[in-house]
Design a binder for this molecule. Structure first.
Ligand SMILES: Cc1ncc(COP(=O)(O)O)c(C=O)c1O
Length: 402
């Protein structure tokens, strides 16, 4: 007997979510079980979070060890897991300095505040413009949601933070027209996730970097969804050959434990002097101990190589199913951040597929009404992939033949 049900959600929770009918209660690897003990293969990974699957021994060990040692201090003191994790992130990236937060939005908030502070300190108040992209997603704080490219998420809350301009992604001409010496920063995802799994062209991303340099504007890469091995490189920028000035990371960083970080250079970091920014929980020892274990595991070359191999398995299965039941127009994305775009006959029906998959015992995600999204564990086994796609095929067949 369980004493809480989905009905309780409607009674006691703020209705800003509409969760599925099932309530999962435990997980192991790329599988979860609900209250009725129904098993699901998990191709969603909590929206690109559970990079080592559920309850991976490396994470459980790090968490339980730290839980018996020290939970919290505040930033009046530093702590060993935070220092070790920061050193590891510096070692694995372009960055010299790290600021810890608790989520992607907070990491982005820190990135935007740093960019504005640097511009004010070095150039003056007038250099305040932030360029961002249509369909981009950067979180739900008021600053980050305003920089995000879907006004539906930021409208209706009164006056917004100012000087934010949105232009189409991958549009070099629009970018050239938008950037100027007044530009403080450009914020972009190096592969748009929520917006529909859209990769930047190499020419676009090179131009963005060049023009940022020309106009002394900072380039902020939001790697909240792409970071920590998701694309097969530890950070997606490493696969693009373009290095940002500031990078935000969260989601997979803690593998399911809330933690985020902003990474930057020494030159920029010094502008966040004592008292300019902060967080009670940022750099919490439990979060950092788990993240240290996750990063240590995911950054191993064989794990990153494994992501590329698994991408191949996912694409092959999707092609196979689409040959039988042609509902998709295109497969795109990189590593294990993949999107299957529905063809014209099936446009608008991604949620139907998510629901049908759930009925068959498979968790998938969507990225808008036309794209089915897959962000599984980076160490999902070939057997779990095969079984997941058997269920996906059954779901697609049911809809196709209906
Ligand atoms: C690219 C990107 N940035 C930021 C966020 C926000 O992260 P959080 O929900 O942890 O605040 C997300 C979440 O989906 C994201 O995909």
């Amino acid at each position: 007997m369980t004493d809480v049900t989905r009905k309780d959600f409607d009674e006691v929770m703020v209705p800003c979510y509409n969760p599925m009918a099932v309530i999962p209660v435990r997980g192991e690897g790329a599988r979860i079980w609900d209250q009725q003990d129904k098993e699901y293969v998990d191709f969603a990974g909590g929206i690109a979070v559970s990079c080592l699957g559920h309850c991976h021994p490396v994470m459980v060990e790090a968490l339980t060890k730290q839980a018996n040692q020290l939970w919290h201090l505040s930033n009046v003191m530093t702590n060993e897991p935070a220092l070790r994790l920061a050193k590891k992130l510096v070692e694995l990236s372009f960055a010299d300095k790290v600021f810890f937060a608790n989520s992607g939005a907070e990491a982005n908030e820190a990135a935007l505040k740093l960019a504005r502070r640097y511009a004010v300190d070095e150039f003056g108040e007038h250099k305040s413009k932030i360029i961002a992209f249509n369909k981009g997603f950067h979180g739900r704080t008021f600053f980050t949601v305003t920089v995000g490219g879907q006004s539906a998420y930021s409208d209706g809350f009164g006056p917004k933070p100012g000087d934010v301009e949105h232009i189409p992604y991958n549009d070099i001409q629009a970018f050239e027209a938008a950037i100027s010496d007044e530009t403080c920063a450009v914020m972009m995802e190096p592969l748009q996730g929520e917006g529909g799994i859209i990769a930047p062209t190499s020419e676009f991303v090179q131009t963005v970097r060049e023009l940022c340099d020309k106009h002394n504007a900072l380039l902020i890469f939001d790697e909240v969804q792409t970071g920590n091995g998701r694309t097969g490189d530890f950070y997606a920028y490493q696969g693009l050959g373009v290095t940002p000035d500031i990078l935000s990371t969260a989601k997979s960083l803690g593998g399911g434990f809330p933690v985020g970080a902003m990474l930057t250079t020494e030159k920029l970091a010094k502008h966040l002097k004592v008292g300019t920014h902060g967080s009670t929980y940022g750099g919490n020892p439990l979060a950092c101990a788990v993240a240290e274990a996750v990063v240590g595991h995911v950054s191993q070359p064989d794990v990153l190589q494994g992501v590329k191999e698994r991408e191949g398995l996912f694409r092959a299965e999707l092609e196979r199913i689409n040959a039988k039941y042609p509902i998709f127009a295109e497969f795109r994305g990189k590593g294990l951040l993949l999107g299957a775009e529905l063809n014209d006959d099936w446009k608008g029906r991604s949620r139907d597929i998510l629901v049908a998959a759930g009925e068959e015992g498979l968790m998938v995600l969507i990225a808008g009404a036309d794209v089915v999204r897959f962000t599984p564990s980076l160490v999902i086994t070939p057997e779990e992939i095969k079984q997941g796609f058997e269920r996906f095929e059954a779901a697609v067949a049911k809809l196709y033949n209906a």
